[in-house]
Design a protein around this ligand. Structure first.
Ligand SMILES: C[S@@+](CC[C@H](N)C(=O)[O-])C[C@H]1O[C@@H](n2cnc3c(N)ncnc32)[C@H](O)[C@@H]1O
Length: 307
């Protein structure tokens, strides 16, 4: 099925969908470095522009629209009507495009916090808005470690099937493949990766933040257990202009961009572009490629029912 990708970032989700056999026909992000990374590794079909400046006629018709609309801190229960609230703008853009293009399916990724915003009223409103726009909507929180990703990253997927399609073609969430007893550890994911200082090391993006390691027992400041999946790879800043990369499992330095990307299940040859802070942010923003692949496989099954 043909896919349009919004808020595509470096392309973690898109790469997973491509690996599952789909074609991304058009993508968009506002961030120049993310678009360069995307072009280098995925394709030239990404448009680098603010989504609010893109008309519906500039977006091709498609079967599926995917995208994680950033939702930093919005809390208005009636998000579509709160026209001048800047925090709702990106949600409203996603909604505008789904309503205007009417794809068969949409899939939106978001942080777990979206479920508790405004005491759960925000997610209720999202479901209502998309239902009014003509979709059967469902949502669920997933721990990506349950899908073979070496990281306990929890993300919410909101999925919609257009109401005129038969119910047996509703998008079905992927079933877990890894229970806790077989979660992939961070050491397994990083096995064989040389130290960045090794003069023989030819790996791309194998550089790391020198932001001091202090164990203060909050995110980014905890020891990393080598025998467990990694904690969530962050895109958030360290409060001093850099990105707060998590500790390498030896706990003697922070993980490099390459290592963070491996934990996000990007292939070794996927190369990021930009400053160190920008590259860490692109990696941390991504949907793990392997989780994207699981979503893509579910969409692939629908393809055979719809034909
Ligand atoms: C969570 S990231 C998406 C990551 C992506 N799904 C992946 O798997 O790699 C959200 C993206 O929204 C982009 N974004 C924020 N505001 C935007 C705007 N006004 N127009 C287009 N993209 C925007 C950011 O640059 C960021 O890359």
């Amino acid at each position: 099925m043909n896919i349009v990708s919004l808020f595509s970032g470096a392309g973690g989700l898109d790469l997973g969908l491509i690996q599952a056999g789909h074609e991304i026909i058009w993508a968009n992000d506002i961030d120049a470095d993310s678009c360069e990374t995307y072009k280098l590794n995925i394709g030239n079909h990404i448009i680098c522009k603010d989504i609010s400046r893109i008309g519906l006629d500039e977006i091709p018709d498609c079967d599926i629209i995917v995208g994680g609309f950033p939702c930093q801190g919005f809390s208005m229960a009636n998000m579509l009507r709160a026209a001048d609230d800047q925090r709702n703008q990106l949600y409203k853009q996603f909604y505008r495009i789904i309503k205007g293009k009417k794809p068969d399916y949409f899939i939106a990724e978001n942080v777990r916090g979206i479920l508790s915003l405004d005491n759960g009223n925000v997610i209720k409103k999202i479901v209502q808005d998309f239902s009014d726009a003509g979709y059967r909507v469902k949502y669920k929180a997933f721990n990506t470690a349950d899908y073979g990703v070496p990281q306990t990253r929890i993300r919410v997927i909101i999925a919609g099937t257009r109401k005129d399609l038969p119910e047996e073609t509703d998008f079905q969430f992927p079933e877990p493949t890894h229970d806790k007893t077989i979660w992939v550890s961070i050491s397994t994911a990083l096995r064989g990766i040389p130290e960045p200082e090794d003069p023989k090391c030819k790996l791309k993006n194998h550089i790391y933040s020198k932001y001091k390691i202090t164990n203060r027992n909050f995110t980014g400041h905890r020891e990393t257990d080598p025998n467990k999946p990694s904690p969530t790879i962050l895109a958030r800043g360290n409060g001093k202009g850099g990105v707060c990369a998590i500790q390498h499992p030896t706990n003697h330095r922070r993980m490099s961009i390459r290592e963070s990307a491996l934990v996000q299940t990007f292939p070794l040859n996927f190369e990021f572009v930009g400053s160190m802070g920008s590259m860490y942010r692109q990696v941390g923003n991504a949907v793990p490629v392997l989780f994207g692949q699981h979503l893509g496989k579910r969409l692939k099954e629908l393809e055979s029912i719809l034909i």
